[in-house]
Design a protein around this ligand. Sequence first.
Ligand code: AMP
Length: 394
Amino acid sequence: MMNKKSIEDIQVKSKKVLVRCDFNVPLDKDGNITDENRIVGAMPTIKYLAENGAKVILCSHMGKPKGEPKSEFSLAPVAKRLSEKLGKEVVFAADDNVVGDNAKKAVAAMNDGDIVLLENTRYRAEETKNIETFSKELASLAEIFVNDAFGTAHRAHCSTVGVTEYLPAVCGYLIQKEIEFLGNAVNNPVRPLVAILGGSKVSSKISVIENLLDKVDKLIIGGGMAYTFMAAKGQEVGDSLLEKDYIDYAKEMMEKAGDKLLLPIDTVVAKEFNNDAESKVVAEGGIEAGWQGLDIGPKTIELFSDAVRNAKTVVWNGPMGVFEMPSFAKGTNAIAQVLSEIDATTVIGGGDSVAAVNQAGLGDKMSHISTGGGASLEFLEGKELPGIAALQNK
Ligand code: AMP
């Protein structure tokens, strides 16, 4: 996965370049974009291509129109916002077929440096099934394909994988950065490498645990998933999250990991799943019936922080507690704080940990914040992402 060709490795001048972006932005009920991060993230690749004289044809999905044109999922607002941000017209090729007469006309009228945005690729039922008719249509518009949508790189769709059958395919800056940081952190890290896993379920992170256990110097497990490990040690966990079916698995992992694995040594427990619930800190093994663990305790914060301070590379996926509730966000915030202070490569692996780091206002202190939830998780699982595998090697 390491050595994929990027837009800087090919000639783009006067070429029609189809770029798969991630413009899956949230809209309010009036169709206004409420978070433009993904648009901002896509700009470096678009600018590079336009400034280097390519004819830039953008495409993306947004939401789930389920294979038919639905105006509330139109990318028209994205074209407008992108034009404003670039200070340059982005022509929106309104077209219920995505690659219909309007799109073809818009592309035919392009000069070098022009930008066209196609309609939502998921207006076409073929898209998510990777059916070749639509892949061919998309490819017929261009001479080169650039994938810059990391968030959908774990899906083999027409606009991520299908088109690469018909066009030379390279990555844009966003995917290049994901490969560099996530890829190196997991496969070629400066050591010690410490991975921090949290979140609610062991079951959803089994493959991540298995893949990382072989590679890391320390594996820290906090959050809701830690209670299944505590139960595996024979401890009571009260009303905490517990996946009984995974207790044996947790035992197996603990044996395999030996002293590589760090688990919580104290817990913030509460009477109810509620920010204002009565709460207290209990030592290891001290969670009583009627109480549930909602955050790591202060001693655990120290233990985990010390392990992290020694690291040269840290990968973090999943909060240490119910960080959405201020009363139970201390553990997660403390970890974010330590990561922001250390002299190490810090990689935030998608999903809720990204939200947690941003909530703590520390996003810009991390080396890399992954933009894909599911895609980052599959990366950490050691899976080959089809949207990246399909790109040309250097
Ligand atoms: P995941 O999607 O599996 O990464 O889990 C993220 C969710 O786990 C967040 O919404 C957290 O609130 C939740 N979570 C973390 N720790 C706990 C806990 N101790 N009890 C219940 N939920 C938790």
